[in-house]
Write a protein that binds this ligand. Structure first.
Ligand SMILES: Cc1cc2nc3c(=O)[nH]c(=O)nc-3n(C[C@H](O)[C@H](O)[C@H](O)COP(=O)(O)OP(=O)(O)OC[C@H]3O[C@@H](n4cnc5c(N)ncnc54)[C@H](O)[C@@H]3O)c2cc1C
Length: 280
């Protein structure tokens, strides 16, 4: 059985966390079984026409073919996010929180538009791993540090929720570096990391970038080769790296890491979104 299933939810709260983040709360009747692994475990949020959501919601298990079969004008938009909290609830009504980045766009951006403007009570659906299903703790998780004792985590605002989740799980003896690039100074927040892990913020508004963190690159051609840019590595003893954010930005950092001689098998590179392309 696929570890993922669909949960029918309604938007129950929103609050501005900082200029670039809205935290939305979604409530549902059967979230008691929703995976609370958090880390960087990915989930899908489906938003859009109530009729389309009802159609896909009728198929808790076979939601994907059901979603594909819905007529274009009713098919809900699907976007990928990271849960920042799961509250299973004792009265049958649970909640999840998602931190959604508020970003510039030339047109519609269904995930952000839902988070920023949908009236409370608006239906949505979440595709998330279910506790107890085979593989639920591993599915959609790219953070595999193994026995690494030194780590590097770097991301833009879309990876901040995952990095904050992961930082809170690092053991007290772990050393390393977390580099977060966000739009504004007010987007910084407390990251619960062990003493040996230094948290560095790069504020885009001030012209600060995370690109360059490996000390520059020799490779001159880092043009988009059209790939999805999803290189997952599994750590072992020693050093382990994890980098996620805009695909072109991640590609630059990958070229730098290669110049710095970091072995491919010790660092993951994930394009969380691509400038000019709609997400899924
Ligand atoms: C595993 C994974 C986990 C993720 N977790 C989160 C998360 O927790 N929170 C979060 O906010 N995002 C997260 N993302 C990124 C998110 O899925 C994308 O940003 C998505 O494209 C947003 O959808 P949208 O409907 O707002 O915009 P889309 O309809 O996808 O895009 C509309 C336009 O906006 C641009 N755009 C999209 N995102 C951004 C951005 N962040 N900054 C600037 N321009 C943008 C697009 O290039 C396009 O031009 C995650 C992605 C992955 C793969």
């Amino acid at each position: 059985m696929n570890p993922y299933r669909l949960y029918a939810l309604r938007l129950s709260a929103r609050r501005e966390v900082s200029p670039s983040f809205v935290r939305i709360t979604l409530r549902g009747d059967d979230l008691a079984t929703c995976s609370d692994i958090l880390l960087d475990q990915r989930v899908k949020l489906l938003v859009g026409s109530p009729e389309g959501l009802a159609e896909v919601g009728a198929s808790v298990e076979d939601w994907y073919p059901a979603w594909q079969d819905i007529a274009d004008e009713r098919r809900p938009a699907m976007r990928t996010y990271t849960l920042v909290a799961v509250r299973p609830g004792s009265d049958g009504s649970g909640e999840v929180d998602i931190d959604v980045a508020i970003h510039p766009t030339d047109g519609a951006a269904p995930g952000m538009d839902f988070a920023a403007t949908a009236p409370l009570g608006t239906p949505a659906a979440l595709v998330a791993a279910e506790v107890g299903r085979d593989g639920y703790e591993d599915v959609g998780v790219a953070w595999h540090p193994g026995d690494a004792t030194e780590v590097l985590l770097a991301g833009d605002e879309t990876a901040l929720p995952a990095i904050a989740n992961i930082a809170g799980t690092l053991g007290p003896g772990v050393r390393g570096r977390i580099v977060l690039e966000v739009p504004h100074p007010e987007d910084t927040r407390t990251i619960a990391a062990p003493d040996g892990v230094v948290v560095e913020w790069r504020i885009r508004e001030r012209g600060e970038r995370a690109v360059g963190l490996f000390g520059g690159r020799e490779e001159t051609d880092v043009t988009d080769d059209g790939d999805l840019l999803w290189d997952e590595a599994r750590g072992a003893a020693g050093w382990y790296g994890w980098i996620a954010g805009e695909a072109g930005w991640v590609r630059e950092l990958r070229a730098e890491a290669r110049t710095a001689g970091i072995p491919r098998g010790q660092i993951s590179f994930m394009g969380y979104w691509k400038r000019g392309a709609v997400g899924a």
